[in-house]
Design a protein around this ligand. Structure first.
Ligand code: ADP
Ligand code: MG
Length: 614
């Protein structure tokens, strides 16, 4: 039973029937009706559907709101306009794919420029981009003929079927785009995009290469829009900068996506086919111009307030609730006992730790001179320690001593002020988070950071153990990827929850899923930030067993934990952190008896916490 209402991979059967009826009606309409008014309306709706479908990739999946989407339609229109007026003998249709390529290339540029911005500043960049393209179209007179516009060759076919080629070309572009979106949402690439939407910093720590994903998302969100823009330009036969790069086109696209439903497959199509007729109506019967703006503004507000997820998700959730009333939800379900990793081959490989004989194990992770200040507060202040290969190393210290910040610096969730970090002899402190993950660094968060809107399975398969183009295109939600994730979920005892949304899980369940998620990276070293914090005693015991089992397969651990019996039992060596630097290191016995440690840490805090644990 799938409960992920907004997933694109399992549309309800009702949805499939409606989509099939819609497709047949769309394909058959020009054959049964000669009414060019309605044909025109459908052609415009198709253009907006493709525009909104493209926006769905960057906004719906990746979470980056763009108001510049209309520029891609304009770029497509101008590509065909410029080329068709220059190459007389060539059919303008030839330039439609070229428009897709040109638009995608410009989108790559926009992606590169906006890589480091997010939220409102990203929106502003996209608006600026739209105006910039318009200004260029106006002023590059040699290429675009400026404000005088371009007139394309008139269609050469029979007047009776004058609209048909445009109509069916747009249907084909829309179909291709829907296919692409459906496919993307099933791939590792699509998982990466949704992960970026849900929590970009966290996505980077599980190996999602952010720049590549964002730029590819821009390409995917623009290529078919450029082609639709080209067909549209040819259909209009006359294009000018004000018409092709009007911000109203972008607004209508955004509105279509929001009304239909972000991150759904059909939402943008439904939205576009609802908004465009309304737009026509406002133009023809309500006086156009300002009425249209008023209408759009009002609608936008109404949607944001009344249907924050859009029409399609609202309908789906209504149908879903009707279908499943009385079914047990998460509340009664219990965490499984878990299995072993015995059969696991591809992920979390079982390589026993190397035997170093009498010589001490080499350092797998080495941190030296790490520093980080927040304003005047020195959270980490010259912190140095090593984690021997094959060990379960502990890191303890009073609250606020900088343990979590040390983790944040090691995986680049926060940039350090100074310090050297090496992993397996290689300096990693200048690398972005995802490259550290690819080199074998896995890290859980003190307050777990799962992707709430994704299912448990999707959370696990979102992890990328290395970067390759082939991997990005690999199907994530079924096949070997899903099988590996299933096995890891079985190991942590969460297989039964694979199709639940992560946001519905309890605190302890989240910790288990986050562990499975980073195991998907097949990490060399696993950093656990308070794995036993806030979970029940049975689960604490199970957590200890899992850590030992994974360690026997060759995984090295660095564990921050306040539960002293748990930690002293599990870890050797142990480093003690005080005010951001290591004040003592040694075996559990050394630590328990070190007068400085007892004085500084175990003396007061430790006893208090011991009581709290009991
Ligand atoms: P611990 O995990 O050992 O309890 P932390 O590393 O979370 O400690 O915090 C160390 C100190 O740094 C605390 O005083 C905390 O308030 C401060 N700190 C941590 N993160 C930030 C941040 N992002 N901005 C400002 N101060 C922070
Ligand atoms: Mg902490």
């Amino acid at each position: 039973m799938n409960t992920n209402l907004r997933t694109l991979t399992q549309p309800l059967w009702i949805g499939r029937i409606i989509a099939a009826i819609g497709a047949v009606a769309l394909l058959g309409y020009p054959l049964v009706s000669q009414d060019t008014y309605y044909q025109n309306m459908i052609i415009l709706s198709l253009v907006f559907a493709v525009g909104a479908g493209g926006l769905n990739i960057i906004t719906g999946l990746a979470g980056y709101v763009s108001l510049g989407q209309g520029a891609f339609i304009g770029l497509g229109g101008y590509t065909i306009g410029v080329l068709a007026t220059r190459f007389d003998g060539v059919s303008p249709w030839f330039w439609v794919p070229a428009a897709g390529v040109v638009t995608a290339l410009v989108a790559v540029l926009l992606g590169l420029v906006s890589l480091r911005s997010r939220g409102p500043s990203f929106v502003i960049i996209t608006v600026a981009f739209l105006f910039l393209t318009q200004v260029i179209a106006i002023n590059w007179v040699g290429l675009t003929n400026g404000t005088a516009g371009l007139t394309l060759p008139l269609p050469s076919w029979d007047r009776d079927i004058i609209n048909w080629p445009f109509y069916y070309a747009l249907v084909a572009v829309l179909a291709l785009q829907l296919l692409m979106t459906w496919w993307i949402r099933r791939t590792k690439f699509g998982m990466g995009l949704v992960a970026i939407r849900e929590d970009e910093t966290k996505a980077a720590t599980i190996g999602v290469a952010l720049p590549t994903h964002k730029i590819l998302a821009f390409v995917a969100s623009s290529v078919f829009v450029g082609m639709a823009g080209a067909v549209y330009g040819y259909y209009l036969t006359f294009i000018d900068p004000r018409g092709m790069f009007s911000i109203l086109i972008s607004v209508q696209i955004v509105l279509s996506l929001l009304i239909g439903g972000k991150a759904t497959l059909w939402g943008p199509v439904i939205g576009a086919f609802a908004i465009e007729p309304l737009n026509e109506y406002a133009n023809n019967s309500l006086g156009g111009g300002n009425t249209r703006l008023f209408l759009f503004g009002g609608l936008l507000m109404a949607v944001v307030i009344l249907l924050p997820h859009g029409v399609l998700p609202a309908v789906e959730s209504f149908l879903y609730r009707r279908r499943t009333t009385g079914k047990a939800g998460l509340v009664g379900a219990r965490i499984g006992t878990g299995g072993s990793l015995a059969s696991l081959t591809s992920y979390a490989e079982r390589v026993p730790p190397p035997d170093h004989g009498a010589t001490p194990a080499p350092a797998l992770l080495e941190v030296s001179g790490l520093r980080k200040s927040f304003g005047g507060l020195k959270a980490v202040d010259g912190c140095s320690f090593t984690v021997p290969e094959g060990s379960i190393t502990g890191l303890i210290g009073p609250n606020g001593s900088g343990k979590t910040t040390v983790f944040n610096l090691i995986d680049n969730t926060i940039a350090p002020d100074a310090g050297v970090i090496t992993l397996a002899g290689r300096r990693i402190d200048t690398l972005p988070s995802w490259e550290r993950a690819h080199l074998g660094l896995g890290r859980t968060f003190q307050i777990t950071r799962l992707f709430g809107e994704m299912t448990v399975l999707e959370n696990v398969v979102a992890a990328q153990r290395s970067f390759s183009w082939r991997q990005l295109g690999r199907i994530a939600v079924s096949g070997p990827e899903a099988a590996a994730a299933d096995e890891l979920l079985e190991f942590v005892g969460m297989r039964a929850f694979r199709d639940q949304k992560a946001q519905a899980l309890s605190y302890g369940q989240r910790k288990l899923v986050e562990l499975a998620q980073i195991l998907m990276l097949d990490p060399k070293i696993i950093l656990l930030d308070e794995p036993a914090g806030g979970i029940n005693p049975v689960l604490i015991e199970r957590m200890g067993e899992m850590i030992r089992e994974l360690n026997s397969y060759g995984k090295t651990f660095l564990i921050v934990e306040h539960n002293m019996p748990f930690l002293l039992d599990l870890c050797d060596p142990i480093h003690v952190l005080a005010r951001g630097s290591v004040m003592a290191s040694g075996t559990p016995e050394d630590i328990k008896t070190d007068p400085h440690v007892i004085d500084a840490y175990l003396g007061d805090d430790f006893q208090l916490e011991q009581e709290a644990v009991q």
